[in-house]
Design a protein around this ligand. Structure first.
Ligand code: NAD
Ligand code: IPM
Ligand code: MN
Length: 361
């Protein structure tokens, strides 16, 4: 019997639409080649254009609708004309929080053939898995804006680090490191953030006692940023807070081929709600509509989705096909120094995947 996975597609804004259209083609091709499963894609037109027309980023019962799906495939949210804090809080962050997708998994791995701005680096020296807290911390949305426009004006943006929230992300990271037989590095900032990050460090030390087999390291985020560039091989599995994880993974993306290649999975490990797969880049208004956005990040996030559904061999084949296209170089988009369009890069990966799949069957 063919198993059907229901996927909610929120292509969103700018290049989100362009890259997700290609990612859907890739997933569809894989389902056709496999035959044991299929995808039922349902499209939601939510995003900034929707906001301009309807005064809201998603339908009022949007979360109810999404809840029924097995996964969400998202492009990017945010576009000039709608304030970013509105578009992001009412769509992307609403989903991450509302569906308790508290684990954000962002692989920073230099694939074969991918460009790297660092000199003298061996490819295997950049291979980390960043596990970012995705539900609270600096992104809790707690705060206030007092006396707006008055001389007494004050704004408060409060970080919220709960024991439950901090423990569960660090535990998830320890479990991952143990399973992969790799070290775990915690990145924090206890010297300056004298409540939140002291608490984070304390919980990291507490949990480390339960995982004596996992080698651990801790860095302050400023030094960690320096070592990301100078000695990336120090990092294997990394766990960090919401904001630090956001910033460090754009830095990591730059090391591993650029934003056009970096993917992220927003996971609800208990599977009480759908998880969401997305490139980590934004809507790129500077290149939107030109047909030159790099679709590889959207493909890598599709690969994460395949892993999540238990089709790891397909997930791996997607990465191998991306690598082959990176090695060949002729079908890369301009951000990677190539001449290709979004669709040409996409087609090259899909052709490669089909070629290998046909050889194997
Ligand atoms: P961005 O990631 O959209 O773009 C940064 C730079 O990287 C741009 O020069 C862009 O052209 C380039 N770039 C990004 N992805 C690319 C790709 N696939 N191919 C080729 N080049 C690519 O970041 P930004 O400009 O800071 O943000 C633009 C908008 O996107 C803002 O509204 C922001 O809030 C939003 N945003 C959304 C998400 C998301 O939905 N997950 C993530 C980041 C930013
Ligand atoms: C990301 C993005 C989001 C984040 C923004 C758009 C709210 O930058 O997914 O990295 O900060 O998490
Ligand atoms: Mn980001």
């Amino acid at each position: 019997m063919v198993k059907t996975h229901r996927i909610a597609v929120i292509a969103g804004d700018g290049i989100g639409k362009e890259v997700i259209a290609e990612g859907v083609k890739l997933l569809q091709k894989i389902a056709d080649l496999d035959g044991r499963f299929s995808f039922a894609f349902e499209y939601f037109p939510w995003g900034c254009e929707y906001y301009v027309k309807h005064g809201k980023m998603m339908d009022d019962d949007g979360m109810e609708k999404l809840k029924e799906f097995d996964a969400i495939y998202l492009g990017a949210v945010g576009y000039p004309g709608v304030p970013d804090h509105i578009s992001l809080w009412e769509l992307l962050l609403k989903i991450r929080k509302g569906f308790d997708q508290y684990v954000n998994i962002r692989p920073i791995k230099l694939l074969a053939g991918a460009p790297c701005p660092l000199k003298g680096v061996n490819r295997d020296q950049i291979d980390m898995l960043v596990i970012r807290e995705n539900s609270e911390g600096e992104y809790a949305g707690a705060g206030d804006w007092l006396y707006p426009g008055k001389p007494e004006e004050v704004v408060l943006q409060t970080g919220v680090f709960s024991r439950k929230g901090t423990e569960r992300i660090i535990r998830y990271a320890f479990e991952t490191a143990r399973q992969q037989g790799r070290s775990l590095t915690s990145i924090s900032k206890g010297n300056a953030l004298n409540y939140s990050m002291v608490f984070w460090d304390q919980i990291f030390s507490e949990l480390a006692l339960e995982y004596p087999d996992v080698p651990t390291y801790t860095y302050l985020v400023d030094a960690a940023s320096m070592f990301f560039v100078k000695q990336p091989e120090r990092f294997e599995v990394v766990v960090t807070s919401n904001l630090f994880g956001d910033i460090l993974t754009d830095l990591g993306a730059a090391l591993a081929g650029g934003l056009g290649l970096a993917a992220g999975a927003n996971i609800n490990p208990e599977r009480n709600y759908p998880s969401m797969f997305e490139p980590i880049h934004g809507s790129a208004p500077d290149i939107a509509g030109k047909g030159i956005a790099n679709p590889l990040a959207a493909f890598w996030s599709a690969s994460q989705m395949l892993d999540f559904f238990g089709y790891e061999s397909w997930g791996k084949l997607v990465l191998q096909s991306i690598e082959q296209v990176l090695i060949n170089q002729t079908k890369l988009t301009p951000d990677m120094g190539g001449p290709a369009t979004t669709q040409e890069t996409s087609q090259a990966v899909i052709n490669e995947l089909q070629r290998v799949a046909n050889c194997e069957s």
